[in-house]
Design a protein around this ligand. Structure first.
Ligand code: K7E
Ligand code: CUA
Ligand code: CA
Length: 643
């Protein structure tokens, strides 16, 4: 299969062809260990001649319609992953204002996440009661679907370091469950299914698929350390409601990003390392890697037929999805579509027709016909490679693709520091041989080196083509310098017209990778909690002693705590359960205890608890740390620890 060049009559800025093609040269293997890390990093300064054009546009004719006046609300919710901060953020769009940080895999000093007993139960603890992990690396946020569009119920986010997936309730914008997935490392892509592949009446999300990136010995218990040919990766299916791992599927090679079909029948993961290389040069040795498709119904049938195995003490059933075991399309659980050189990103187009893999080391995007993959599984398409309907050149370092719902795709070009807008049907026509099909519609320089991008409602049937956000990995000169660590630069682009228009820059704390932008009418957040949801809600304030264990049942109503003093003895294990009885919207209280390192908040009608050892005699004023009332400063009581 040959890669076709961009149409000559494209009105996009001309590019240096020799530079554009450098990754295709036979010298690639040679640069693998020395040249490539430099070539792929951001060492290249943005092309100086390209910049003034965009900057001039920005300075002279900036539309202001992204600005939200005081008292006005944004049109969209943005759900942002926080990368190695371990959190998820909520932004208003198109203003880009950060509204909330949701602690997930991190410890939050403000809310008490990672300190309260309730959050530790979600996070998981060691025998000594401390958090099992205190680091987290979130990459991908995706939300639940009904009828092919967001239903505002849940969002999920992956955690790469320790292999965990978290769920966020979109009525409270809080994390309510975390699952650690067995047998994986470097957990990267996730995507919820969009309907059930078997039961036609189930048209909402019931599974979340998870790709794992690093192959490891199975089980990873000290065996096969030095024999990477025995390492492998598994694809996981997590139940959207129970958050338990339903099944896993062994694959050849690794997995990176994940996408699902609107039919519910297929999930897919792009693979950059089908070589299963343990060294960089080995990971780049094959000309083509793959996009692996999973036939969900067949995998679940295999499991109910008992065709699975388990590993170690995990009960999760695992099926074999390696190519050797799946040669007959009519029974295959998986299909490996060959995609050029270390692809990154796989995205489903909102019309449900295509999956697009970006080439990363190849300057191309590969368009895969989803219905053709379904037909391959029925034995109606002779060669899996025939499901590829286009493979067209876009520019250097293509990573991720978003859609406007009008037939156009937008792909980030990491190395070119650009976004390219291209028409999918024209790309298909061009690939078929129509040399007049000018599929590149527009190019926009971004600042600098973009990773993910996403457009408003892009991952749904309701992609509306209004706003495009791009997460630039480097901000360099875009903000006031604050020392060596730079923020990243997220740029808001108006895509309502033919040409993309850069609207605004926003500095962001490292490092969001991915984000989704959801219409605000879809989300129905609550203003106060429901007291009945907390089994430990305090009805009557009191102190209960059982041996050395003391439980303080405490209520906060502005501007006071229900107990003016609490008396305990040195060495007691003290649990403070605090219910905020205020029912007023926005009336949050805090509980801060000096020298015992305790701080958390309780929102209206919410209950939280913290346990600590009273090991320091003396007087300790516990006070409200969240401004709540004119007498907020007076909202404090004494913990008296007797010697
Ligand atoms: Cu491209 Cu983790 Cu989605 Cu970062 S990944 S950019
Ligand atoms: Cu209660 Cu401040
Ligand atoms: Ca590879």
């Amino acid at each position: 299969m040959t890669v076709q060049a961009a149409p000559a009559d494209s009105d996009a800025p001309t590019v240096d062809r020799s530079r554009r093609h450098f990754l295709e040269t036979a010298g690639l293997a040679g640069v693998a260990t020395v040249g490539l890390p430099f070539a792929l990093s951001a060492c290249r300064q943005p092309d100086a001649p390209d910049m003034p054009q965009n900057l001039a546009t920005a300075a002279t004719s900036l539309p202001k319609r992204h600005e939200i006046s005081p008292g006005q609300l944004d049109e969209y919710y943005g759900l942002w992953s926080g990368g190695h901060s371990g959190e998820v953020r909520v932004l208003g769009m198109p203003s880009g204002r950060e509204i909330k940080r949701i602690p997930v895999f991190n410890r939050c000093a403000m809310s008490g996440w990672g300190q309260t007993n309730e959050s530790k139960a979600i996070l998981g603890t060691r025998a000594d009661g401390t958090m099992k992990y205190t680091t987290g690396d979130t990459h991908h946020v995706h939300a639940s679907y009904t009828d092919g569009t967001y239903d505002g119920k849940y969002a999920w986010v992956n955690e790469k370091i320790h292999g965990r997936i978290a769920r966020i309730r979109l009525d409270t914008f809080e994390c309510d469950k975390i699952t650690e997935i067995p047998h994986i490392q470097g957990f990267h892509g996730i995507f919820p299914d969009k309907r059930d592949p078997v039961k036609a009446e189930v048209n909402h999300t019931t599974r979340v698929f998870c790709g794992s990136e690093f192959a490891i010995p199975q089980p990873n218990d000290g065996r096969d350390l030095d024999d990477p040919t025995k390492y492998y990766s598994v694809f996981s299916c997590v139940d959207a409601e129970t958050m338990e791992v339903r099944w896993q599927c062994k694959v050849k090679g690794n997995m990176d990003l994940v996408a699902t079909s609107f039919s519910g029948k297929l999930a897919a993961a792009n693979q950059y390392n089908v070589e299963n290389g343990a060294m960089l040069a080995d990971m780049m040795s094959a000309e083509r890697d793959a996009c692996v498709f999973f036939n969900v119904a067949r995998i679940e049938q295999a499991i109910s037929d008992g065709r699975f195995y388990t590993l170690s003490d995990s009960k999760v059933p695992i099926v074999d999805g390696t190519p050797e075991k799946n040669t007959d399309p009519k029974t295959a659980l998986t299909a490996y579509v060959p995609v050029p050189k270390n692809p990154h990103g796989v995205n489903a187009s909102p019309d449900g027709k295509y999956f697009i893999c970006a080439g990363k080391l190849s300057p191309t995007a590969t368009v895969i016909d989803v219905a053709a993959v379904e037909r391959w599984f029925e034995g109606e398409v002779p060669e899996i490679a025939q499901t590829i309907v286009a493979e067209v050149e876009l520019g250097l370092g293509p990573l991720h693709t978003a859609f406007d719902g009008r037939g156009n795709a937008f792909t980030t070009l990491f190395l070119d520091s650009q976004i390219v807008k291209w028409n999918v049907e024209k790309a298909i026509a061009f690939y078929k041989g129509d040399n007049n099909a000018a599929y590149v519609v527009d190019r926009l320089d971004v600042m600098y080196q973009p990773g993910h991008l996403n457009a408003s409602m892009s991952e749904t049937r309701e992609a509306d083509g209004k706003w495009l956000i791009t997460g630039c990995k480097f901000s360099k000169d875009r903000f006031l310098p604050v020392g060596p660590l730079h923020p990243e630069n997220e740029q808001i682009i108006d895509i309502s017209g033919e040409k993309m228009q850069l609207i605004a820059d926003h500095p962001v704390w490292p490092e969001p990778h991915d984000f989704i932008v959801m219409r605000r009418d879809i989300v129905k957040p609550r203003q106060i909690y429901d007291l009945a949801e907390f089994p430990n809600a305090v009805k009557e304030s009191r102190v209960v002693r059982e041996g050395r264990k003391v439980t303080v049942h405490l209520i906060s109503v502005a501007p006071s705590f229900s107990l003016p003093e609490v008396r305990v003895k040195k060495g007691d294990e003290v649990t403070v359960i605090l219910t905020n009885m205020d029912k007023v919207e926005d009336l949050t209280h805090g509980f801060a205890l000096p020298k015992y390192d305790v701080n958390f908040i309780v929102n209206p009608q919410e209950t939280k608890s913290v346990t600590f050892k009273a090991d320091k005699p003396g007087v300790y004023w516990f006070y409200c740390s969240h401004f709540c009332h004119a007498l907020h400063l007076e909202m404090r009581s004494r913990l008296l620890v007797e010697a």
